[in-house]
Design a protein around this ligand. Structure first.
Ligand code: PAF
Length: 291
């Protein structure tokens, strides 16, 4: 596997691959790989001739006071894991390479970026949209893979791709979970053993709402309350939000329609650690709705 750190060199490599008629997949990451990242790389391997994994802890998507400085980093470990999972290139630019002195451009996606994470982390999605734009321009992919764990991010990226006419197919890969349901995340290593145990309440909250939807519950408030109740059963949890929204527009109707895809979204803090998770579930249509 090749390690590339310069944007120019990355573009040259991608251009050569395209010229040779090869399909390029990119897996954008911030590193410290776990099974979730590796499943993205493995899936990318199935979809393209060349797999480029990007590794860049993007400072512009962290708010002041967030964990940018202490975000886990281990290039050598990531390099080995990416190679084992089937990546051809690890693109790992420095901050100076991505945002040199005098850099001023920002990419803003309105709409889907303005709720939920957008409220609790203002500016976060602008940082994501900006860096994803730059990563696409550096790696020139045909297809890009993102994890479902950051559901709202996938909507922001889809909107970005539509609006700026990026000729890139977006593939969303299901969240990989620990045996007890906790969504894998690079930040999980910060959880103390007792917090690690308690963190599974996010998954339980989502499952409870999911079951209600599958049993025919369509009222948004009932779903939201069920999730909040479950989350509040762990006193150490500080809830940012529990929400049920249209999975693609993030609209929040009083009542969902048969056949509609709902995103159940939760974000909460356990001590210093902020956790997010989601489930996407379809409202079962009645016989009449199916007809
Ligand atoms: O999901 C992530 O790891 C990051 O937000 C991304 C897409 C790599 C952009 O920095």
């Amino acid at each position: 596997m090749e390690l590339i750190v310069s944007i120019r060199q990355m573009q040259y490599y991608a251009e050569q691959q395209r010229y040779a008629g090869r399909r390029i997949a990119v897996v954008p990451t911030m590193g410290y790989f776990h099974e979730g990242h590796l499943s993205l790389i493995r899936q990318a391997r199935q979809l393209a001739d060349v797999v480029i994994t990007t590794l860049f802890v993007n400072p512009t998507q962290f708010l002041p006071g967030e964990d940018y400085e202490r975000y886990p980093r281990d290039l050598e470990r990531d390099r080995r894991l990416a190679e084992e999972a089937g990546s051809d290139v690890l693109f790992a630019p420095t901050v100076q390479e991505m945002y040199p002195a005098g850099y001023t451009t920002r990419v803003t996606v309105l709409g889907v970026s303005e709720k939920f994470e957008g409220v609790f982390r203002p500016g976060h999605f602008q940082g994501v949209a900006t860096v994803v734009t730059k990563l696409f321009l550096a790696t020139k992919p045909h297809v890009a893979l993102f994890g479902q764990k950051d559901w709202q991010q996938t909507l922001v990226v889809r909107q970005l791709v539509r609006d700026l006419n990026f000729d890139v197919e977006i593939v969303v890969v299901p969240t990989v979970r620990e045996a007890d349901g906790l969504a894998m995340s690079s930040r999980n290593i910060y959880l103390l053993p007792e917090q690690r145990q308690k963190a599974t309440v996010l998954y339980r909250a989502l499952q409870r709402a999911r079951e209600l939807v599958l049993q025919g519950q369509r009222r948004r408030q009932v779903l939201v309350q069920a999730m909040a109740e479950e989350l509040h059963s762990v006193p150490e949890i500080q809830l940012d939000y529990a929400a049920a929204a249209d999975a693609f527009t993030l609209d929040e109707p009083e009542e969902f329609a048969g056949g509609q895809q709902i995103a159940l979204l939760v974000a909460a803090r356990l001590g210093q650690i902020r956790l997010i998770d989601n489930e996407v579930v379809q409202v079962p249509p009645t016989g009449a709705e199916r007809a």
